[in-house]
Design a binder for this molecule. Structure first.
Ligand code: NAP
Length: 315
């Protein structure tokens, strides 16, 4: 019988994150869910906890490889890669890492707004290429403070974004499944009416099947020619084809994106656009926040293996 209780799954784990987990518990590592079946069956029979990081689907087929599996601890707040229904049906708990990353993701959302509206990528290129001295100023751009902003999904991250933009004197609108108690922000029951009311549409929804294509072609078109789409949630939450069509045709003013449908091999149509600011899904990617996420994941593994209540359960 193996004494390995923990499976660390995900090639995007940094070495220090892997070390932190495997120092705490005897662990085995695989690159992704696709490699789980290749583990020796005696080893698989001893695994009680999985520490997961990544976006590859982790479903019933993989869960059934581990007869003693009791918890899947996800590194990240978004657990759309994990089939939570299948986990619950097998009495497997799922945990995530909420709250500790909300500041970083909200900072990036506001950063994308400012970078897009104030043409900061163009400004940087103008300085770096020494065209400034030869050609003078870049064209005037667009003010962010005081603009109207629509937050799609006023959850933990959505609220942090709204709080920051309220300090920028923005007019805050939002949509979500239910109306919230807010300091005078305007609720819209659907995303089309939200888009009609604002210039910046900031998407902070959960991912997964239920929110796929939530921001529809109609919603993107409702934004109009001054409209900017900011997405820090998941690529799936927007009709990406419709977004690309609108950006190419100049039907909206631009976009600031951290997430895409087919990461990291994003649609090459994005690369030809000069009205977008593109980031490589780095919303929570500061040293401080990733450390906090890794610690919270480990705290969930530890709680489970000690038989204590999970810190941040999902199901
Ligand atoms: P949260 O607190 O659970 O908020 C999620 C929001 O989505 C809520 O407003 C919720 O509406 C809404 N929502 C959920 N299901 C919905 C549905 N079926 N239809 C419409 N709206 C729905 O989550 P969070 O902590 O703010 O995180 C949000 C997401 O950000 C994560 O799930 C993840 O995908 C993404 N994220 C991205 C990065 C990055 O690196 N870019 C980092 C962290 C997280 P209600 O308020 O009505 O419940």
């Amino acid at each position: 019988m193996s004494d390995t209780q923990l499976l660390i799954c995900g090639k995007s784990f940094k070495q220090d994150e892997r070390d932190r987990l495997s120092t705490a518990y005897p662990a085995v590592f695989v690159d992704g869910p696709g490699d789980m079946a290749g583990l020796d069956s005696t080893l698989r029979a001893s695994i009680r906890a999985v520490a997961y990081k990544g976006h590859a689907p982790f479903g019933a087929e993989q869960m059934d490889l581990f007869p003693q599996l009791g918890v899947i601890t996800n590194y990240g707040v978004g657990y759309d890669a994990i089939d939570v229904e299948a986990a619950s049906a097998r009495s497997i708990a799922v945990t995530n890492t909420p709250d500790v990353l909300s500041d970083d993701v909200a900072d990036l959302a506001v950063g994308l707004m400012i970078a897009q509206a104030r043409t900061m990528i163009r400004g940087h290129a103008h300085v770096a290429s020494q065209r400034w001295a030869k050609e003078g100023e870049i064209p005037l751009n667009r003010k962010v403070s005081g603009s109207s902003v629509g937050i799609v999904g006023l959850g933990r991250i959505g609220r942090e974004i709204a709080d920051r933009l309220a300090a920028f004197k923005c007019e805050i609108h939002y949509s979500s499944r239910s109306e919230k108690e807010t300091p005078g922000w305007t609720y819209h029951p659907d995303v089309v009416s939200l888009a009609q009311a604002v210039d910046f549409l900031v998407i902070a929804l959960v991912g997964g099947a239920e929110t796929k294509g939530h921001v529809t072609r109609e919603a993107i078109q409702a934004l109009g020619p001054r409209g900017v789409v900011i997405n820090i949630s998941r690529g799936t939450t927007v009709d990406e084809g419709a977004l690309l069509d609108a950006l190419e045709a100049g039907e909206i003013a631009g976009a600031g994106l951290d997430v895409y449908e087919n990461e990291p091999n994003i649609d090459p149509r994005f690369l030809k656009l000069d009205n977008v600011v593109l980031q490589p899904h780095q919303g929570s990617g500061s040293v401080e926040t990733r450390t906090a996420m890794a610690e919270l994941q480990l705290a969930n593994v530890a709680a489970f293996l000690k038989g204590e209540p999970l810190v941040t359960p999902v199901n």
